[in-house]
Design a binder for this molecule. Structure first.
Ligand code: ZN
Length: 180
């Protein structure tokens, strides 16, 4: 077992043998995969990892040497963090920094707690909105709330992606930059 001190917090992206992104693991776990020849390093991070016998660059992206079949979770859990991440930590109404979660159609009036009815919101907009709908206030949502989809979401969830992973994940949304 190599004595590897974690140097970066972002972890390492694991690709299947087919280069399909699978998951994010700790840098230590990725290093063990590489040292045990279960994976090869595709992109280095910053710095070196040292064990008793080895020194290797911090892995940022590793690819498994053997294909693994993985059943995918298709639903992204509706958590506070996940909602903030989807909305880029910005208020759905004024685009200011988000601090709260707003139910677009108020819960008090039967609005559902579902991806399509929640947005990140700043405290001021949330307070002003109260139990009214955006239409009643003449407000417009920056974008229609939707269930997050795509490879990046499946792999990252609410994690902040390392820019080095962009080649393998579909990170074209401007929100992912705001999340960094
Ligand atoms: Zn706002």
């Amino acid at each position: 077992m190599p004595d590897i001190r974690p140097t970066v917090g972002s972890g390492a992206l694991v690709l299947n043998a087919t280069y399909e992104p699978l998951c994010v693991v700790s840098v230590r776990r990725a290093a063990i995969l590489v040292l045990s020849a279960k994976a090869v390093c595709v992109a280095d991070g910053e710095g070196m990892l040292h064990s008793a016998r080895n020194a290797l660059p911090v892995p940022s992206v590793v690819r498994l040497t053997r294909f693994v079949r993985v059943p995918y979770r298709t639903h992204v859990g509706l958590s506070r963090r996940a909602i903030f991440a989807r909305d880029g930590w910005r208020c759905g109404y004024c685009r200011g920094p988000a601090e709260t979660i707003d139910h677009v159609f108020p819960r008090s009036r039967g609005g559902r707690h579902a991806w399509e009815n929640v947005v990140a919101a700043c405290a001021r907009c949330n307070h002003t909105k109260g139990d009214k709908t955006p239409a009643e206030l003449g407000w417009r949502l920056h974008s229609s709330p939707a269930v997050p989809m795509g490879t990046a979401w499946r792999v990252l969830g609410h994690r902040t992606p390392d820019p080095r992973w962009a080649d393998w994940l579909d990170l074209r949304e401007p929100e992912t930059e705001a999340a960094a």
